[in-house]
Design a protein around this ligand. Sequence first.
Ligand SMILES: [Zn+2]
Length: 320
Amino acid sequence: MTENTWCGHSLRRIAAVGAVGLFFMGAACSSFPSENDALGEFSGAFEADPNSGLAFSVILTGRAEAPEAFLYAGGSYLRQRPLAHVAVLVRHRTETFLFDTGLGRNIDRQFDAMPFWVGPFFAYETTNAAADAIGGAREPLDRIFVSHLHWDHASGLPDFPDTPVWLRREEYENAIDPASGPPAFLREQYEAIPNEWNFVEFDDGPYELFDQCSDLFGDGSVVFVPLNGHTPGSMGMFLNLPSGRRFFFTGDLSWALEGLLLPAQKYFVSRSIVDGDAGQTRTSLARVHRLLQERPSLHAIPAHDALAQAYLAHYPDFEH
Ligand SMILES: [Zn+2]
């Protein structure tokens, strides 16, 4: 277990700076698209095959904490919130894949490429790289999907050099653009790795409130949808389990469940650093917000919200 140091104290220092920033938040917050705007129409969800064998497990690869105010606009400056860096292991009767990798074996060295000033925002403590967790258990792995290629989601890719990577073409092209780099992207994690790259095509028509989707196995059990905004090629993943329970992994659209439920954007400093397109992020947030109002039994899981993930099965246990 390692700890990326100068971070704990600095987070508190940044909280003080953030209090000043609160003054500016009103001006910085833009409105969300209303239901009357172009959020799309509900298409209804696909029927999910009860024989899909679908199950998933959360692999905790790292931890962090931050004042709640950093996670979503309107959060408390006084309350510390636990954060998680996770990979999600998904088993289908036909294959096993990861959704995101969390922090990989070499995150400390990779992080050296970060400019010093972002360290306080991105403090982390490693737990167990996904490759060590599932490698030790000799878990077969057919593919890796990534919600997007930011450093805390792609860090583990080099640990799986033989495993094909799947993502949206827009995400790949944005990440290899010469303009993409720290603090959002750490190119070492994906630029020269030997993995085969493949692109998710949204060619299975509308799904829920999304006008396009990818029904991975054609059985409604795993469905990817675009979540533009945080990055140009961000995507979310629905898992529809044989038990009837439904989960929606929303990547970094919001860092806290409250951001989806209210809805609320990230803290204004955070979003200025990490959200590529503020307008598209608000539209995606409004869409997910409306979806959750319509589907109250759907469990939305932001990639870093440790409280939202606390009740989920963690590896080697699985949700069925
Ligand atoms: Zn992230």
